[in-house]
Design a protein around this ligand. Structure first.
Ligand code: PLP
Length: 479
């Protein structure tokens, strides 16, 4: 502990730092070493626990070990085991180790990376990582990017860029378009950006849950006739419900014609564009004005890193540039990237280091192989499950997510919904595979999303086996 005789001393000695660091590292590594054996869905009925945890800030110092005991033995297990290879719920990512190391470096060295001038070489690493994203999306060199806390904030920033570019101060007539399947963060972001719900249009989807561009064109025209100003279409590179990929080329063509901004929410699926052989699954993505990516999904990073890439870097900068007399001089021109001039944050962590160190330690060949494998695993599992009697594959994988429900002769919709929900609950209760569902047009769908780097062939075999066995039991009980 820092010197007890000096009440204001907060510094640890090098030996203490090492000892504390090793204690934390030992627990973290042990946690990951046993991740496969941990239940995939911890007990999150924890109201009483949470009530009992409330306490005032302590006056006296505590020892680290007992705190680690409680964290690792009591609190961390009371959660969805998101790093588990069997976590196929929502959109997983896993959380690669190099990013955790980067966070430790960022936290201990604590340099100021909000402003280029304060740590130019470190900011350059972040600029490199953003430029890699730009290249993976096949955007032109004039594009600029921004690391955000997640996909939600990237979507928010994209809407602000589009609003500034196309509406200026006349926000109220501006209209945003997205499919009925768009992620709810887009609606939240619209509101935060001053685009109220009455200026947001939900465009119908086709049988594969993709935005219908004929309906989009009609909606744009109708709003123009009303004297409103259509300014942005948000399409999805993989929806959260069913993994649907919107028709980017058609949307891009319409946006060019109508002088609107085309934003692609690729929080789930954008990273599949990193693999050249998978780019045909996302045709036209690189024509967008901006793309949201979530490195904490598709690049397998731990939570806390989203990204936005904007085709016209000047638009990103124009939306965020600001200064004050106490600020160091801004970077003139755009040879060097200045994070605070491209996003809303000033002081912040160092998200670029997590991406940079991860990419450097693995190399892109390995990362591409992992991304491609997740898709292959999903395609294979969907093929196998589609053959199980009673399983109806409603949305085969466009990327690495598929959705299905149970059905049998004479089934009513409520009975199907109940059986499909029961299937997810029973599979998850076996604690090897966690599934979540969605509801589309009154239909309950079970989803499997493969995007954790830890999910390998053997885990998908367990998924197929458990879904098959539980389907048999449920349908056996009905007929
Ligand atoms: C996850 C997700 C988001 C939200 O991203 P966060 O990182 O959770 O903020 C937005 N859109 C899609 C399609 C997503 O999958």
């Amino acid at each position: 502990m820092p010197s007890p005789s000096d009440p204001a001393d907060l510094e640890f000695s090098p030996d203490e730092m090492r000892r504390l660091g090793e204690a934390v590292l030992a627990r973290s590594v042990a946690h990951l070493a046993t991740i496969q054996q941990q239940p995939v869905r911890g007990d999150v009925a924890a109201e009483d626990l949470c009530r009992a945890m409330r306490e005032p800030a302590p006056e006296a110092p505590a020892a680290l070990e007992p705190l680690l005991d409680r964290l690792f033995d009591e609190w961390i297990p009371r959660s969805f085991t998101t790093p588990s290879p069997g976590y196929l719920a929502y959109i997983p990512g896993g959380g690669v180790y190099p990013a955790a190391l980067a966070d430790l470096i960022a936290g201990t060295t604590n340099r100021y990376t909000g402003v280029w001038l304060a740590a130019p070489a470190l900011v350059q690493l972040e600029a490199n990582a953003l430029d890699w994203m730009r290249e993976w999306m096949q955007f032109p060199p004039s594009a600029r990017g921004l690391f955000t806390a997640g996909g939600s904030m990237a979507n928010f920033n994209a809407i602000v860029c589009a609003r500034e570019r196309h509406l200026g101060p006349e926000i109220r007539p501006g209209v945003l378009y997205a499919s009925t399947q768009v992620h709810h963060s887009v609606l939240k972001s619209a509101k935060l950006a001053g685009i109220m719900p009455d200026r947001v249009r939900a465009i119908e989807v086709d049988a594969a849950f993709r935005m219908r561009t004929d309906r989009l064109a009609e909606a744009v025209e109708a709003d123009r006739r009303r004297g409103l100003r259509p300014f942005i279409v948000v399409s999805s590179a993989g929806t959260t419900n069913t993994g649907a990929v919107d028709p980017f080329d058609a949307v891009a063509a319409l946006c060019e014609r109508e002088r609107m901004w085309h934003h692609v929410d690729g929080a789930y699926g954008g990273c599949f564009h990193i693999c050249p052989e998978l780019r045909p699954l996302l045709p036209g993505l690189s024509r967008a004005d901006s793309v949201t990516l979530d490195p904490h999904k598709g690049l397998f990073l731990p939570y806390g890193t989203g990204a936005l890439v904007v085709r016209d870097g000047a638009a990103l900068r124009a939306a965020h540039t600001a200064t004050a007399s106490y600020m160091p001089h801004m970077v003139e021109g755009d040879e060097f990237y200045d994070p605070q001039q491209h996003g809303p944050d000033l002081s912040r962590g160092f998200p670029g280091l997590r991406v940079w160190l991860t990419v450097k330690l693995f190399g892109m060949a390995k990362i591409r192989a992992a991304i491609a494998e997740k898709r292959a695993l999903a395609v294979d599992a969907a093929d196998r499950l589609a053959k199980v009697p009673g399983v109806v594959m409603v949305a085969p994988p466009q990327l690495s997510l598929f959705a299905f429900h149970l059905d049998w002769p004479g089934a009513t919709r409520p009975a199907r919904n109940e059986a499909t929900a029961a299937l997810m609950a029973r599979v998850t209760a076996r604690q090897k595979v966690m599934l979540t569902g969605c509801e589309v047009d009154g239909r309950v769908l079970a989803r499997v999303c493969v995007l954790s780097f830890r999910t390998r062939r053997e885990h998908m075999d367990v998924c197929v086996q458990h879904v098959t066995e539980e389907t048999r039991k449920i349908l056996g009980g009905i007929s």
